[in-house]
Design a protein around this ligand. Structure first.
Ligand code: 1CP
Length: 346
């Protein structure tokens, strides 16, 4: 993959590699989406998964927050269930709910029906990444995928779940089915990331959003081997790997060891503490998504605190601790970018 020199020297990629930067890079998880009026307008009457299969829409939606907020990276507009739909899983993204799976996967027969992903299944991903690389200039593009555990939680539950009870029941009750499922998901996720990298993505983020629901022991037994497979499948390609989950204070060391270059941290763990747990890796985070709705003086204080705490790691990418909330005022995100740039200028 030919990496454009200016992209390669961007503050975002330099920070991922732990190199000196002119200012701390910042982007926001879910920066493309419902907080933006221009997104809501473009999506009118178009179902989410259809938007995710239309290269021109993917490209435009990905660019919207880059134009508006002056963020230091773009995140590819898609969803973690897109590769599952591409291999024939009957999944839809229901407005106001999230992914809903028609036939939950809870036995070996269902696992065996889950086939591998090929590049030919997702031509719109390759096309959209190429379009974006032409448009983005020196701004890096982050590709992403869902980690096996988080994907499995939707497939086993049939939709979003607060407790992940069915998922854990399968994990404990039928570990051979669980591991077979995660092996297939690891293969699908690895291929999905590889397609994005081959088309020109400059970094990848593995979202294990719900891994924090597990104890460290269960994470190590049931999840880490599969996430490690995914992350090692995209190692050595010159593309930094970010590994993120919510409520993962107890898992940060293991998530780094799974093969990440950068560990994403939610707002519950101060970055200086996180830096001590992730073994010399860069960190990403960790403003509480609610704080962008706070008075400006509070926002400024929190940005400064996080920038100071982030100095404990060899590299820091400023982000929220989880995705932008839909009710967020987009101007507050633009303001956050300004504050990060201003207070981190070297
Ligand atoms: O119609 C809509 O606008 C639907 C809302 C929406 C959007 C904009 C969903 C449904 N997904 C997305 C896009 C999306 N999903 C992105 C886009 C790029 C960006 O960040 O700007 C990304 C990275 C995701 C990834 C994703 N989807 C995750 C991991 C990140 C996270 O937030 O933890 C997860 C868990 C999902 C599942 C999902 N898809 C959509 C929703 C509402 C959910 C969460 C449901 C739940 O609570 O379980």
């Amino acid at each position: 993959m030919a990496t454009n020199g200016a992209v390669n020297e961007s503050v975002f990629l330099r920070a991922c590699r732990g190199e000196d930067v002119a200012h701390t890079p910042v982007w926001f998880m879910r920066q493309a989406g419902r907080s933006l009026p221009e997104y809501r307008k473009l999506r009118e009457g178009i179902p989410m998964l259809e938007a995710c299969r239309t290269p021109e829409l993917i490209c435009e939606i990905t660019l919207q927050p880059v134009r508006r907020h002056n963020v230091d990276a773009a995140i590819f507009f898609s969803d973690i269930v897109v590769p599952l739909a591409a291999v024939g899983v009957d999944v839809d993204i229901v407005p106001g709910t999230g992914p809903v799976v028609a036939e939950p996967i809870r036995d070996m027969a269902a696992v065996e029906r889950l086939r591998d992903l090929t590049e030919e299944d997702v031509p719109y991903i390759t096309q959209a990444v190429r379009l974006l690389r032409d448009e983005l200039g020196a701004t890096p593009l982050i590709g992403f995928a869902g980690a096996p555990f988080t994907l499995a939680s939707y497939l086993v539950e049939g939709g979003p779940s607060r407790t992940h009870a069915q998922t854990k029941a399968l994990m404990y009750g039928a570990p051979e089915v669980w591991h077979a499922l995660c092996e297939r998901l690891a293969a699908i996720t690895s291929r999905f990331l590889r397609v994005q990298i081959d088309a020109g993505a400059n970094a990848v983020q593995l979202f294990d959003s719900w891994a924090g629901a597990l104890s460290l022991a269960d994470y190590e037994t049931f999840v880490a081997p599969h996430s490690t497979r995914v992350l090692s499948s995209v190692e050595g390609l010159g593309v930094p790997r970010i590994h993120f989950g919510v409520g993962t204070a107890h898992l940060l060391t293991a998530m780094g060891e799974a093969g990440a270059d950068v560990v994403g941290v939610d707002w519950r763990t101060p970055l200086d503490k996180a830096a001590g747990l992730v073994g010399g890796r860069a960190v990403q985070g960790n403003l509480d998504p609610c704080t962008v709705m706070a008075p400006d003086a509070v926002l400024e204080r929190e940005v400064r605190r996080i920038l100071a705490e982030g100095k404990a790691a060899p590299g820091h990418i400023f982000n929220l601790g989880h995705g932008v909330l839909p009710e967020t005022d987009p101007d507050a995100l633009t303001r956050t970018v300004e504050l990060v740039h201003e207070h981190s200028a070297r």
